[in-house]
Design a protein around this ligand. Structure first.
Ligand SMILES: Cc1cc2nc3c(=O)[nH]c(=O)nc-3n(C[C@H](O)[C@H](O)[C@H](O)COP(=O)(O)OP(=O)(O)OC[C@H]3O[C@@H](n4cnc5c(N)ncnc54)[C@H](O)[C@@H]3O)c2cc1C
Length: 359
C-alpha cells in the first residue's frame, strides 16, 4: 500500500490543478491520471474561454503543461486508471495498475465522456469513420463531405475545426435550433462550408468496413465517409456506484440521477474525506475555467480538512445540491492556466458562467 495525504483520481484540468495545489500546500499527493493528461480537452485544437488565454490554446499542449506544473510542485502523477475505489478505515484506498494508494482525503475528478448515439453501426464502425476527434481525423478528410451530430458548444466548435479541412460539414441537429451559445452560432453562420440541418435525426450509420453514409429519419441517405459525434456528455462515475447485484450496497458517495457527484458549497461529497471537482460534480457549468477553479478549491478544502484532524467537521446532512455547488465555484479561487505558480485568488470570468451545452 502506498500511503499519502491526498489521492486525486482523474487526468483533466480539475484533477491536475487539485494535484498541483495540494502539493503547493505541502500535502503528499498522488494522482492517478489515466494514460494521457488533459481529459476531454486533449484533442481540442483551440480551447476557448480561459481567462489568461484569450487567444486560445491547444488542449494537447494545455494538458501536459498542467501535469508538468503538478509534478513540478511535488505531486506524483501515475499514468494509470483507477480500477476500484473503496473506503479504508477513516480514509480511502484507490486501486490502479500498481500498488494501491491510501489517503485520508480523496478528490474525485474523473470528468465526463462523450455520449454515444446508441445507433446501429456506431460501435461496429468506431474508429472506421465514427469519430470523436475532429483535430485527429479532420486532416485525413481534406476536401470531403463529413457529418457532425450535435447542436451544442462542442458540436459547433468541432464543426468549425473540421471546416478547416473538409469540403462540406453537415451539422445535424435533432432539434429545431442550435443550443450552442451565441458566439458559436455566429461563427457557424459565417462559415460557408458548414451546412446546418435542423430537425435531422440519424437512424443508422451505414458502411461495411468503413462508414459510407448516414440513414436519416424519413429515409434519406447522406453519403459521408465520417461522422463526428458530439451529442452530450455522461459523467464517469461508474467506479462510485454500488456493485450491480450486491444487495444492500450503497454508492460510495451520493450521486444525482444523471450520475454527477452531489457536493456542498465546499465541494465535499456525502462521504467523509471525499471531495469532487470539475464536470464530474453536479452543478458544474461545463467550462474548463471552472474545472481549474474546482480543482484548486477542492485541494484547499481538503487541506483544511486534513489539518483539522479527527475533529474535522463533516456535515451530517448538508444540502448536497447542484445549486450550492455552483455558487461555491463562482467564488472559488482559480487561474485558468496551467501556470507553475498556482494563484491564491482569481475569479471565474463571464465566459465561465455561461452554460456549456455539449449536445
Ligand atoms: C469537444 C469539446 C470541446 C470543448 N471545448 C472547450 C473549450 O474550448 N473551452 C472550455 O472552457 N471548455 C471546453 N470543453 C469542456 C471541457 O472539456 C471541460 O470543461 C473540461 O474538460 C472539464 O475538465 P475535468 O477535469 O472536469 O474533466 P475531463 O476533462 O473530462 O477529465 C477527466 C479525466 O479523468 C480521467 N478519468 C476518468 N476515469 C478515470 C479513472 N478511473 N482513473 C483515472 N482517470 C480517469 C479521464 O480519462 C480524463 O482524463 C469542451 C468539451 C468538448 C467535449
Amino acid at each position: 500500500m502506498q500511503p499519502c495525504d491526498i489521492v486525486v483520481v482523474g487526468g483533466g484540468l480539475a484533477a491536475l490543478h487539485a494535484a498541483q495545489r495540494s502539493a503547493q500546500l505541502g500535502l503528499h499527493c498522488v494522482a492517478l491520471t489515466g494514460a494521457a493528461p488533459g481529459g476531454l480537452l486533449l484533442s481540442i485544437e483551440s480551447v476557448q474561454g480561459l481567462p489568461d488565454r484569450p487567444e486560445g490554446i491547444a488542449g494537447y499542449d494545455l494538458g501536459p503543461m498542467a501535469q508538468e506544473a503538478a509534478m513540478d510542485a511535488g505531486a506524483t502523477c501515475l499514468p494509470e486508471e483507477a480500477t476500484r475505489i473503496e473506503r479504508h478505515g477513516d480514509g480511502w484506498l484507490v486501486h490502479g495498475e500498481s500498488t494501491p494508494v491510501q489517503a485520508r482525503a480523496i478528490v474525485l475528478a474523473m470528468g465526463c465522456h462523450l455520449r454515444a448515439l446508441g445507433l446501429p453501426g456506431e460501435q461496429r464502425l468506431a474508429g472506421k469513420g465514427v469519430s470523436h476527434c475532429a483535430s485527429c481525423d479532420g486532416p485525413l478528410l481534406r476536401g470531403r463531405a463529413v457529418a457532425v451530430v450535435g447542436g451544442g458548444d462542442a458540436a459547433c466548435q468541432e464543426a468549425l475545426t473540421l471546416a478547416g479541412y473538409a469540403g462540406t460539414v453537415h451539422l445535424l441537429v435533432r432539434g429545431d435550433a442550435l443550443r450552442a451559445r451565441r458566439s458559436w452560432q455566429e461563427r457557424i453562420a459565417a462559415q460557408p462550408k458548414i451546412a446546418l440541418r435542423l430537425g435531422a435525426v440519424v437512424d443508422e450509420i451505414l458502411g461495411d468496413a468503413t462508414v459510407s453514409g448516414l440513414r436519416l429519419r424519413g429515409g434519406e441517405t447522406l453519403p459521408v465517409p465520417a461522422v463526428f459525434v458530439y451529442a452530450g456528455l455522461v459523467p464517469s462515475s461508474a467506479l462510485l456506484r454500488a456493485p450491480a447485484g450486491e444487495a444492500g450496497a450503497d454508492d460510495l458517495v451520493a450521486l444525482e440521477g444523471g450520475g454527477h457527484v452531489l457536493v456542498d458549497a465546499a465541494l465535499r461529497a456525502s462521504a467523509r474525506g471525499a471531495f469532487a471537482a470539475g464536470t464530474l460534480r453536479a452543478g458544474h457549468d461545463g467550462q474548463a475555467a471552472q474545472a481549474v477553479a474546482d480543482g484548486i478549491a477542492a485541494a484547499e478544502a481538503a487541506h483544511r480538512f486534513l489539518q483539522s484532524g479527527a475533529a474535522a467537521d463533516w456535515p451530517e446532512a448538508p444540502p448536497f445540491t447542484a445549486s450550492s455547488a455552483t455558487s461555491s465555484s463562482a467564488s472559488a479561487t482559480a487561474s485558468a492556466s496551467a501556470s507553475t505558480t498556482a494563484p491564491t485568488t482569481a475569479s471565474t470570468t463571464a465566459s465561465t458562467t455561461a452554460e456549456r451545452t455539449p449536445s
